[in-house]
Design a protein around this ligand. Structure first.
Ligand SMILES: N[C@@H](CCC(=O)N[C@@H](CS)C(=O)NCC(=O)O)C(=O)O
Length: 268
């Protein structure tokens, strides 16, 4: 392969570190495939001009119906193809580079799309907790204008409401954790600290409790990268002590998932 892929991601504050979840899905997918690529970092106001220049239509809409442009985008210089949606990119990579490790196991596209929507919805619900997101001042201004707020600080989620949201976040991640824990079935007692004595007594024997780091088998697939992407976002964007908390939930599963995906997390 003589040419490479250009991968467009959202610039962060310095030092440069990536935090946006959808580009993270693509970065891990590109790393698994091992296709040569380089990253171009864009400020948020530069996303629309780039996509318009490349001829990629907007793929998201604001609540009032106004379309807006997002990343990731990839431009594959060896095929001339340009793709502007993370899920489409993953499908494209399996189609064009079938000889490399698969992102999708056979006939799992629909299931993975449903899982993608579920995981996006789960983490988006708690995104207001991410008040350390390393976005640039220019990006902050975009959000302030979009939400008609007075300032970035004005958009901050009230400290007194954070605790309640963390309780719901833990329960929501407990539901997601069941996908990693096949031997415990889908019963609540496996992941919930509380519950009746009878339910607690059903815990699996010690030694069989550890779940992860991958959803199925010994190698990651795209679904693993979907969860990994949001965990990366959480780690980069939560207060440090809050990330410590999240990474200890469900028996430390989320830190194990991130550790398991480390090999495909290089920023190039
Ligand atoms: N369905 C799109 C969603 C992409 C998306 O929402 N990207 C976010 C970053 S994670 C973005 O570029 N946001 C720009 C903005 O909010 O203006 C995909 O999966 O690629």
């Amino acid at each position: 392969m003589s040419e490479h892929i250009i991968f467009y991601d959202i610039a962060s504050q310095q030092p440069l570190r990536t935090f946006a979840p959808n580009p993270w899905k693509t970065r891990q997918a590109l790393n698994l495939k091992g296709v040569p690529y380089r990253t171009e970092w864009l400020e948020m106001p530069d996303i629309a001009p780039l996509r318009e220049k490349l001829g990629v239509p907007a793929n998201r809409t604001l609540p009032d119906g106004t379309p807006y442009h997002t990343l990731p985008v990839i431009q594959d210089l060896s095929t001339g193809e340009i793709i502007g949606d993370s899920f489409e990119i993953a499908l494209y990579l399996d189609r064009v580079y079938p000889e490399r490790a698969p992102l999708f196991r056979p006939l799992t596209t629909g299931l993975t799309a449903a899982f993608n929507a579920q995981v996006d919805g789960l983490f988006t619900k708690f995104a207001v907790l991410n008040d350390q997101m390393p976005i640039t001042d220019i990006a902050k201004e975009v959000f302030v204008q979009r939400h008609g707020a007075k300032s970035w600080d004005d958009m901050k989620f009230p400290d007194e409401d954070r605790e309640g949201l963390f309780v719901s976040f833990e329960a929501a991640l407990g539901e997601l954790a069941k996908a990693y824990k096949h031997t415990g079935g889908t019963t609540d007692h496996v992941w919930r600290a509380g519950g009746t004595d009878k339910a607690q007594a059903q815990r699996p024997p010690p030694g069989q409790e550890e779940a992860g780091p991958f959803l199925d088998g010994d190698a990651p697939v795209y679904s693993d990268f979907i969860v990994g992407a949001w965990l990366k976002m959480s780690k980069a964007s939560l207060r440090q002590e809050d990330w410590q908390r999240v990474s200890s939930w469900q028996g430390g599963l989320w830190q194990r998932v991130l550790d398991g995906l480390e090999k495909w997390s290089e920023i190039k």
